[in-house]
Write a protein that binds this ligand. Structure first.
Ligand code: G6P
Ligand code: ZN
Length: 543
């Protein structure tokens, strides 16, 4: 088969963000856009000659076309083989599991995660390293550097590969193995959790709804929850993956998964509710009448993980992103294990997991995961919750009450101002940064600032550093506000305001978080002038 070398010129702005390169689907479909990035990626990782890669995506529009292109480019660049999910599908955690189980030389995942899909939506691509997790910044920077110099890419002229049938085939000299996207992942889950106990739980009449949001986790949830663990078929909602996610926004939060939240707050609520995002790495947890914040979920999972066989020997440590609440720190304190605070982005957990400094990791952005893969893992979190519920046999609400009684409650909420003017958002952040040194000691909306800084991080394992990771303001009233611009958007800017306050008084555990945080919300507004600068009356997403 003929290898074609195609002349090209750099495309501006191919800089990977928090989680890979994301852009409008239409941009990805422009001639050369995907090809430039893939060739740059191959070169930045030292070439793919003789290597084997894992490849799959979340099934969004353009997924299969992109996969065909990448296969032809991998063959032209001398790759020895590619393991590709049937139909081009692999959830992000499943791809990480395949990379690890089959020891491939890393993998390529096609997803824009929770961003909407479709011809008018977003597309994305990221490289995961042989340990399974997202490439560290040293690698993404090297890819970006290549995109700025690229002058040609290689591709073979060949018919498309049939990805519908399992089994082996070849493309030129390259071996292609079309794998069951679920099997390796499902086996891994069975090795971590007490499936018999969860089966008994369902057998006892326990009810749940898992909202796959028409995205990648549908087949995984159906195979594991329904076919293996005996949940009734209606336990999986929106389980058929669609290229545009049914027109929805596949982000499992109270705004975008509202139908599920409404059901869980209603009179006919099942015992347990959960949802996952486009590529299956995020999760939202609910009980009858309760929404569990991602920060609280991490803390509860950490406090109870020993109930699952995979974690029976305890945890080496916990890691959370800086904007995530301190609830997990309190659990780590009691367990006598370390709690690491990293910048936003799962890639920062990789070194800690590899060095066994952390077993569980979590982020306020609905990500929780563990050392089992190097990605956050939505269904894993659901199964760990189920394992805990199957062992303790109490409601989610009771678990939360007992947790807060033991540790106190970290009231928490995130306010998003999406797609605001980029210059205005950057000016807001710059104005805050300019005032950092003056803030300590001042009183804002009745709260006293004790410290103010721009979060910087030095990785304790490899010494790499990251700066300007979010402005954080601490108050004497045991409260905190963090301001940060999203790194996953594709147009404009999204301002995230992370709000939290610790409440030790059991008599005040039952408040509405927006009420409980009213002072902190007012302080955030006073500090950053959000309304005037963004031109918005309030946040469009509240988690
Ligand atoms: C992706 C990453 C997460 C990160 C999140 C933050 O989902 O995988 O690790 O927490 O993005 O997104 P943001 O839009 O706040 O940069
Ligand atoms: Zn995701």
């Amino acid at each position: 088969m003929e290898v074609r070398t195609v002349a090209t010129t750099p495309v501006e702005g191919q800089k990977p963000g928090t989680s890979g390169l994301r852009a409008r689907t239409a941009v990805f479909m422009r001639p050369g856009y995907l090809e430039n990035f893939v060739q740059s990626l191959f070169e930045a990782i030292g070439g793919v000659g003789g290597k084997t890669l894992t490849l799959g995506g979340d099934g969004r529009y353009f997924n299969e076309r992109a996969i065909q292109t990448i296969l032809k480019m991998a063959a032209a660049n001398g790759a020895a083989g590619v393991l590709v999910g049937q139909g081009g599908i692999l959830s992000t955690p499943a791809a990480a599991a395949v990379i690890r189980a089959r020891r491939t030389d890393g993998g390529i995942i096609l997803s824009a995660s929770h961003n909407p899909g479709g011809a008018d939506g977003d597309f994305g691509i990221k490289y995961n390293i042989p340990a399974g997790g997202p490439a560290p910044e040293s690698v993404t920077e090297a890819i970006y550097a290549r995109t700025k110099e690229i002058s040609e890419y290689r591709i073979i002229d060949a018919p498309d590969v049939d990805l519908s049938a399992l089994g082996e085939t070849t493309l030129g000299a390259m071996r292609i193995e079309v794998i069951d996207p679920v099997a390796i992942y499902a086996d891994l889950m069975a090795s971590l959790f007490d499936f018999d106990a969860i089966r008994d739980l369902f057998g006892s009449g326990f009810t749940m709804r898992f909202d796959a949001m028409h995205a990648a986790t549908g087949p995984y949830a159906t195979r594991i929850l329904v076919e293996t663990l005996g949940a009734p078929p209606e336990a999986v909602m929106n389980g058929t993956p669609l290229p545009d996610f049914g027109g929805g926004h596949p982000d499992p939060n109270p705004t975008y998964a509202k139908p599920l939240v409404d059901m869980m707050m209603g009179p006919d609520a099942p015992d347990f509710g959960a949802a996952s995002d486009g590529d299956g790495d995020r999760n939202m947890i609910l009980g009858r009448g309760v929404y569990v914040t991602p920060s609280d979920s991490l803390a509860v999972l950490a406090a109870n993980a020993h109930l699952a066989p995979g974690y029976a020997n305890g945890l080496a440590g916990i890691a959370r992103s800086m904007p995530t609440s301190r609830a997990a720190d309190r659990v780590a304190g009691k367990l006598g294990i370390g709690c690491h605070e990293t910048p936003t982005g799962w890639k920062f957990f990789g070194t800690l997991l590899d060095a066994d400094l952390a077993t569980l990791c979590g982020e306020e952005s609905a990500g929780t995961g563990s050392s089992h893969v190097r990605e956050k893992d939505g269904l894993w979190a659901v199964l760990l919750w189920l394992n805990i519920l199957a062992t303790r046999r109490v409601s989610v609400a009771d678990i939360m009450q007992a947790h807060w009684a033991e540790y106190g409650r970290d009231y928490y909420s995130r306010h998003d101002y999406s797609d605001v003017d980029k210059d205005a958002a950057e000016a807001l952040m710059a104005a805050l940064r300019d005032r950092l040194a003056d803030l300590p000691g001042t009183t804002v909306a009745g709260l006293t600032v004790t410290s103010a800084d721009d979060f910087a991080y030095t990785d304790p394992v490899d010494g790499s550093t990251a700066t300007r990771q979010g402005v954080r303001i601490l108050f004497a009233e045991d409260a905190r506000v963090v301001f940060r611009l999203s790194g996953t958007g594709t147009v404009g800017a999204t301002l995230r305001v992370y709000l939290e306050r610790y409440e030790p008084d059991p008599a005040r555990f039952g408040e509405d978080p927006q009420q409980a945080l009213a002072d902190v919300i007012a302080a955030a507004e006073a500090l950053a002038d959000i309304r005037t600068r963004t031109g918005r009356d309030g946040p469009d997403v509240i988690t």
